[in-house]
Write a protein that binds this ligand. Structure first.
Ligand SMILES: NC(=O)c1ccc[n+]([C@@H]2O[C@H](COP(=O)([O-])OP(=O)(O)OC[C@H]3O[C@@H](n4cnc5c(N)ncnc54)[C@H](O)[C@@H]3O)[C@@H](O)[C@H]2O)c1
Ligand SMILES: O=c1ccn([C@@H]2O[C@H](COP(=O)(O)OP(=O)(O)O[C@H]3O[C@H](CO)[C@@H](O)[C@H](O)[C@H]3O)[C@@H](O)[C@H]2O)c(=O)[nH]1
Length: 519
């Protein structure tokens, strides 16, 4: 072992089969000791530097990412056998259903599965076999925010990643490239490698790559067909670079090589958190401005358009809304906050935390506007909520702003009728029970009705609230809606999708996010 004092602390070089540099004490405090870089020395067991010609892929996790991502790999790479495995039998059964009643709704996904399933795409709960046969394994399991213990409310729960990694170690009979597809905290690749090396059969080697996924739900298939970029992070060793080349070769079947970015593994892990944090930050920025617009008479759409025309800013992701939802933004920002705090960077942590705080404020501000407008009380009033998914073109409800709004309306003792074209009824009851843990489901069911159409949801209501930007809400027969409602009939457009002037002509009182009431 060699010791030396560097700019950020004392460093030691160990020999651990591979040569690694570890910081054993540092000016950064808690974030040690972790291997920081690997030096170019031969490792055990001996390894061919030629990239592996990937013939069989296993994907652990058949969810919103594993399913579409690996289905598209199978479609685009007919010479590769792809098996997507999951512990959840019902989910796998749905992927295999003869009538293609897939477990997730995603435009274009059925067409991909129709072509590839049974050809070179398989869904299975036989995890051991799929792992054993694969040259390359994607770990695409969930990484939710921890609910209890150290870091509760901020840190990612790595239990599922660790279980999947231990499973690979326990059953693998040949060397593997293991790819972190899940969004994970920095340095998870190192933990995975340690677990794999400590628990696998002798003589096997595991190269860990980071390959975060950037697809957005609702446009997943388009995003996968033509990604802005594919990011692959690897150790900068010959073995790491060779593994990186193997995965690059898979994507190169349909992604132009100049869109495949290869970087260090830690940069890759951080880039995923950074991308989501910066996207969410834009939404919180525009939502903060929407509050100013509502108070002053400026129009947030005009402001966003004017600002977005500056090519340095760009027009995308500047749509004011009732708040962002989805399983990723909040979780990944909180993860970044936790990382910053662990690194003793409180100002950095506070900066990113504010993006989430503003989002909470935006949802609260919207439900308060509903109550204030309906003459300061909604007790016993009927509110129709159109949309329950966190965005259009998905049935996913994770962190959906609609849940927060409905919870607020119920706490004001309103009656709520919900309609969403894709979300399962059972999911709505599940989410509301979770949002109101102290209220028995029977009680919730007395206050909430689930409707089959937007028109029937609106019937006899005082107000219609648009919570999700489903296109069909634009095309409703709003005159028919008006006729069924109590008067004055209010519409609260939380997604800026409705034609205010046309609705006002019908007789509605219309409130739009980012617009003053009278303007
Ligand atoms: N949803 C998105 O749009 C999106 C986009 C990019 C990245 N991500 C990231 O991808 C990861 C997966 O997200 P998701 O939305 O697909 O989650 P998901 O909950 O839809 O799917 C995860 C699946 O993994 C399975 N699983 C968990 N542990 C397992 C194990 N040990 N063995 C086999 N199966 C196991 C679960 O049963 C579940 O079906 C997360 O880290 C997420 O942050 C998600
Ligand atoms: O201008 C905008 C854009 C989006 N949203 C809302 O933001 C949330 C997230 O939308 P979006 O990013 O389109 O969907 P996700 O599926 O959550 O995708 C994000 O999270 C994924 C998971 O990490 C990443 O892979 C994607 O790149 C990233 O866009 C939704 O509630 C949207 O309604 C707005 O309010 N205004």
């Amino acid at each position: 072992m060699i010791d030396f004092q560097g700019e950020h602390g004392r460093w030691s070089i160990f020999s651990l089969g591979k040569r690694e540099v570890r910081r054993v004490s540092s000016n950064w405090g808690a974030f040690n000791p972790k291997p920081l870089l690997h030096l170019d020395v031969p490792s055990f067991p001996p390894y061919s530097m030629a990239p592996v010609n990937v013939k069989k892929i296993c994907c652990i996790g058949a969810g919103y990412v594993g399913g579409p991502t690996c289905a598209v790999i199978a479609l685009k790479c007919p010479h590769i056998q792809v098996t997507i495995v999951d512990l959840n039998q019902a989910r796998i059964d749905a992927w295999n259903s003869p009538d293609y009643a897939l477990p997730i709704y995603e435009p274009g996904l059925v067409d991909v599965v129709r072509v590839a399933r049974g050809r070179n795409l398989f869904f299975s709960t036989s995890i051991d076999v799929a792992v054993q046969e694969a040259d390359l394994i994607f770990v695409s399991v969930n990484t939710p925010t921890k609910k209890s213990g150290v870091g509760a409310g901020f840190a990612a729960d790595l239990n599922y990643v660790e279980s999947a990694t231990r499973h690979i170690a326990a059953v693998a009979t040949s060397s593997k490239i293991v790819v972190e597809k899940s969004t994970v905290p920095m340095r998870t690749a190192e933990s995975m490698r340690t677990i794999l090396e400590a628990n696998s059969k002798p003589g096997l080697r595991f190269d860990i790559l980071s390959n975060p996924e950037f697809l957005a739900e609702g446009t997943a298939i388009d995003d996968l067909f033509a990604p802005d970029r594919v990011l692959i992070g690897s150790l900068q060793t010959p073995e790491g670079k060779s593994a990186c080349q193997s995965l690059t070769n898979v994507y190169a079947n349909w992604v132009p090589v100049d869109r495949i970015l290869t970087v260090g593994v830690w940069s890759s892990e951080l880039s995923k958190l950074a991308a989501n944090a910066m996207l969410a930050q834009r939404i919180s920025s525009i939502n903060a401005l929407s509050a100013i617009c509502e108070a002053t008479g400026a129009n947030i759409e005009e402001v966003a358009h004017a600002v977005g025309r500056d090519t340095r800013v760009g027009p995308k992701f500047l749509r004011a809304s009732v708040g962002f939802g989805g399983s990723c933004f909040q979780k990944d920002i909180l993860n970044l906050v936790y990382l910053s705090e662990s690194l003793h960077l409180p100002e950095v942590a506070a900066y990113w935390r504010q993006v989430v705080t503003l989002n909470e404020y935006q949802k609260r501000r919207f439900s308060k506007r509903v109550v204030d407008t309906l003459f300061n009380t909604i007790t016993n009033k009927n509110i129709a909520v159109l949309g329950f998914a966190f965005k259009a073109d998905t049935g996913d409800t994770r962190e959906s702003p609609a849940i927060t709004l409905i919870r607020d309306f119920l706490s004001e003792r309103a009656h709520v009728t919900v309609y969403d074209p894709q979300v399962e009824v059972s999911q709505i009851w599940f989410d509301l029970s979770e949002a109101l843990p102290d209220v028995p489901l029977e009680q919730i069911k007395k206050q909430v009705t689930i409707a089959n159409t937007a028109l029937s949801a609106a019937q006899n209501s005082e107000a219609v609230v648009v919570a999700t930007e489903w296109k069909e809400f634009r095309d409703i027969d709003w005159r028919a809606v008006y006729d069924t409602m109590k008067k004055p009939a209010f519409v609260f457009d939380g997604r800026m999708i409705l034609d205010r002037d046309a609705l006002r002509e019908i007789g509605f009182e219309v409130m739009t996010i980012g617009r003053g009431d009278q303007l």
